[in-house]
Design a protein around this ligand. Structure first.
Ligand code: PPS
Length: 292
C-alpha cells in the first residue's frame, strides 16, 4: 500500500475518495431508482461541478432565484456517491437535481435507459490539473503534493479521485447514445454565460422569462458565487470536510491559468500525452479564452 491508497478507494477500476464514500451506495448504484424528471450533473472533478449545480438549481427553483429559500448549493443538488449529509434521496421532491463524478459504466440502470437527463460539464484538462492541484493541497481528505510535478504525475497516472480524466470524458462521450445527455463546455460558459443558460433551459425544457434568465446569470457569475455563502463551500469545507490552509474552493474561475504554472517541459509532456490519448476525439477544447 502506498500513500495514495490511504486516500483512494478503488471500486470496479475507478478511484473514489476513501473517507467520504459509502461502499454500500456504490454496490447499489445500478439499482438506484431514477425518476423520469431527474436531472444529473456529471463531471470529472474540478470541471465546473458547483457552477452547474448552481445554474441548474436556479433554473429549476424559483425559491433559489428570488432567495426566499435558504438552501446551500450542495443540498440543492447533492452528490450521489459523496452523500456527506446523509440525504434520503427517495424523500427529495421532484424534480431532483443530483450530482456525481462516476464513470459511464457505473451509472444507474435507469440512466442507461434514458429515463432522466444528464448534463456533463467538461473543461480543458490543463486548467483541471491546476485547479485539482490546489484543491488537493487544500482538502485534508485528499493527498497533498509537495509540488506540481508530483501532482501532475499522479493526475496523468489516474491516481486521483475520478481516476484518469482521459477515460472519464472519453467514456461518457463514446457512450452518449446510451444516455439523454448534454455536453457543456466550461470555457463556453465563461465566454457567454447567458447563451449557456439558454442552451441548458432548452435541453431541460424549462422556459424562463428574460428577467429570470438575467437573475440566473447574475447569481451564477464567479464573483457572485464566491461571496455567496450558500454557494462558495467555505463553511462546508472548513467545518465538515476539513482544510489544510486558507485557500478557497472558488479559487480563480478563469481559463488558461495553467500558463502561469506549467513549465515549458511540463506543457510539452502534457501535450504529447494529450495528442496520443485524445487522437480522433471529436470534442474540442479551449485552452485560453483569448485564442478565439
Ligand atoms: S469539484 O470539487 O469537483 O466539485 O470542483 P468543481 O466545482 O468541478 O470545480 C471547481 C472549479 O470551478 C470553478 N468555478 C467557477 N468558474 C467560473 N465561474 C463560476 N461561477 C465558477 N464556480 C466555480 C472554481 O473556481 C474551480 O476552478 P479554479 O480554477 O480552481 O478556480
Amino acid at each position: 500500500m502506498d500513500d495514495t491508497d490511504l486516500f483512494l478507494l478503488n471500486f470496479k477500476g475507478f478511484h473514489f475518495e476513501r473517507t467520504l464514500i459509502d461502499v454500500d451506495v456504490l454496490e447499489n448504484l445500478d439499482d438506484f431508482e431514477i425518476r423520469d424528471d431527474d436531472v444529473f450533473i456529471i463531471t470529472y472533478p474540478k470541471s465546473g461541478t458547483i457552477w452547474t449545480q448552481q445554474i441548474l438549481s436556479l433554473i429549476y427553483y424559483e425559491g433559489h432565484r428570488n432567495k426566499t429559500e435558504n438552501v446551500e448549493t450542495l443540498d440543492r443538488a447533492p452528490f450521489l456517491e459523496y452523500n456527506i449529509r446523509k440525504v434520503d434521496f427517495s424523500m427529495m421532491p421532484s424534480p431532483r437535481i443530483l450530482t456525481s463524478h462516476i464513470p459511464y459504466y457505473l451509472a444507474p440502470r435507469g440512466l442507461k435507459n434514458k429515463k432522466a437527463k444528464i448534463v456533463y460539464t467538461y473543461r480543458n484538462p490543463k486548467d483541471i490539473l491546476i485547479s485539482y492541484y490546489h484543491f488537493s493541497n487544500l482538502l485534508v481528505r485528499l493527498q497533498a503534493s509537495d509540488n506540481l510535478e508530483q501532482f501532475m504525475k499522479q493526475f496523468l497516472d489516474g491516481k486521483v479521485v475520478g481516476s484518469l480524466w482521459f477515460d472519464h470524458i472519453r467514456g461518457w462521450y463514446e457512450h452518449k447514445h446510451d444516455f439523454n445527455i448534454l455536453f457543456m463546455k466550461y470555457e463556453d460558459m465563461k465566454k457567454d454565460l447567458r447563451s449557456s443558460v439558454v442552451k441548458l433551459c432548452s435541453f431541460l425544457d424549462k422556459e424562463l422569462s428574460e428577467e429570470d434568465l438575467d437573475t440566473v446569470v447574475r447569481q451564477a457569475t464567479f464573483q457572485n458565487m464566491k461571496y455567496d455563502p450558500q454557494a462558495n463551500y467555505d463553511t462546508i469545507l472548513k467545518d465538515e470536510v476539513g482544510t489544510r490552509n486558507d485557500g478557497c474552493f472558488l479559487r480563480k474561475g478563469t481559463v488558461g491559468d495553467w500558463k502561469r504554472h506549467l513549465t515549458v517541459e511540463q506543457n510539452e509532456r502534457f501535450d504529447r500525452i494529450f495528442q496520443r490519448k485524445m487522437k480522433d476525439f471529436p470534442l474540442e477544447f479551449t485552452w485560453d479564452i483569448n485564442e478565439q
